[in-house]
Design a protein around this ligand. Structure first.
Ligand code: ADP
Ligand code: MG
Length: 389
């Protein structure tokens, strides 16, 4: 789960990371009032979307008057901002962060991720921060510093000082950077984050360090214990179908082929997609109905999968343990009755109550294509697509 820059900064401020004064605005008047309250002569107007690279796309602009704050806000809100990370359709800007503009002497990079190989939170830092860090990492990986944190000890002071020295910091800045690293680490650990990134961490007037941009994402599976973070979720930034699915207790993942997959369990989803790919088909998505799927849940699953216009056929693959094949079958029949389903449906049922499920499908009179096993199902779904093409 991702959150916006202004929310990340608010959170990090609470942990002791220095960030510029600023507030989020939803309209032009709001923006001007905030700038006036902040005082000073220069402000930065920053588009709030869940994508980086905004500076390169015109989503970060320095205003030298209240008039400019209004103008830039007006130009950003309501438009689709295209950055190197959004794809060409861009992202709709619905709010902007208005904050004090700082005079920057140098930009550093400071981030944390969970490194799967070492299974540790790993600090990533560089003296070459700012808008081109991705290129630096590619062309000059030696300029990227990595330091793994032992979970039993936490991020130790000596590690912070070592990283800071390698970033080229000196004197008072070393202690300051160490404090920022410790604060970021505490926030990362306490809030079950997967990624945190301060880019740039800027040296501003008198050498003070400040986080001018901040991004965090969190482990969705741990959000049940962080009600404060869940509140920050912005549904407008997420795939509508994925949001609808999660509202019904379903997991939906969008892909780019033409076979819709309705399955139970993530492992079975992987096997189903492998089988489809093996037979030279391409999954359009997969929807995991989970255990104990009621007929209503199955109906919702169809509705969501069919919202994707690329879906030309559906493969239902259920290996019922906790689930019951008769319930799934009832759900399938009900979906056919309630919804205008034009695409062919291949069904493979196995496990609990399969002897009750298959007859329900047959008796319904709907043209379900029955399959004996997964391989048969994948073969049949690819065959119907080929026949239709
Ligand atoms: P993105 O990473 O999406 O491009 P940033 O927030 O990093 O957006 O902004 C891009 C650049 O704009 C930064 O690298 C920094 O040089 C400048 N910038 C951002 N915020 C401020 C600020 N408050 N004061 C001065 N410059 C800023
Ligand atoms: Mg940035």
């Amino acid at each position: 789960m991702n959150i916006h820059e202004y929310q990340t900064k608010e959170l990090l401020r609470g942990f002791g990371v220095p960030v510029p004064n600023g507030r989020v605005a939803h309209n032009v008047d709001n923006a001007a009032t905030i700038a006036e309250d902040l005082g000073g002569e220069r402000w930065v107007v920053k588009a709030q979307i869940h994508a980086g690279g905004r500076g390169k796309g015109g989503g970060v602009r320095v205003a030298s008057s209240l008039e400019e704050v209004r103008q830039f806000t007006d130009e950003m809100i309501g438009t689709y901002l295209v950055t190197p990370q959004t794809g060409e359709q861009g992202r709709l800007v619905q709010r902007v962060l208005i904050e004090q503009a700082c005079k920057i002497n140098k930009e550093y990079y400071l981030g944390m991720v969970i490194d799967r190989a070492t299974q540790r939170i790993t600090v990533i830092a560089s003296a070459s921060g700012g808008m081109n860090i991705e290129e630096v990492a590619k062309t000059d990986p030696d300029r990227v510093i990595r330091e793994a944190v032992d979970p039993a000890i936490g991020l130790a002071g000596f590690q912070c000082r070592k990283i800071a020295a390698r970033m080229g910091l000196a004197g008072k800045q070393i202690g300051e950077a160490a404090k920022i690293m410790q604060a970021l680490y505490r926030c990362f650990r306490d809030k079950d984050a997967l990624l945190a990134e301060i880019n740039p961490l800027a040296a501003i007037d008198e050498g003070r360090l400040m986080a001018l941009d901040a991004k965090m994402s969190f482990d969705s599976n741990a959000m049940y214990r962080h009600s404060d973070i869940i509140e920050l979720r912005d549904f407008d930034e997420e795939d509508v179908k994925e949001v609808e699915a999660s509202g019904h207790g379903l997991n939906y993942i969008a892909l780019d082929g033409d076979v819709g997959c309705i399955v139970n369990g993530a492992g079975l989803a992987m096997a189903t997609m492998d089988a489809i790919s093996f037979h030279k088909g391409r999954p359009a998505n997969f929807l995991d109905v989970g255990g104990g799927a009621s007929p209503e849940k199955v109906g919702n699953a169809f509705r969501i999968v069919l919202q994707d216009p690329n879906v030309k056929a559906i493969l239902v693959n259920i290996f019922a343990g906790i689930n019951r094949c008769d319930w799934i079958a009832e759900g399938l029949v009900q979906a056919m009755r309630d919804q205008d389903i034009q695409v062919p449906i291949v069904v493979r049922l196995a496990g609990t109550n399969v002897e009750k499920g298959a007859p329900i499908l047959k008796a319904s009179g709907f043209p379900f294509i029955m399959a004996d096993n997964l391989d048969d199902a994948a073969t049949k779904v690819v065959a119907v697509l080929e026949a239709a093409a």
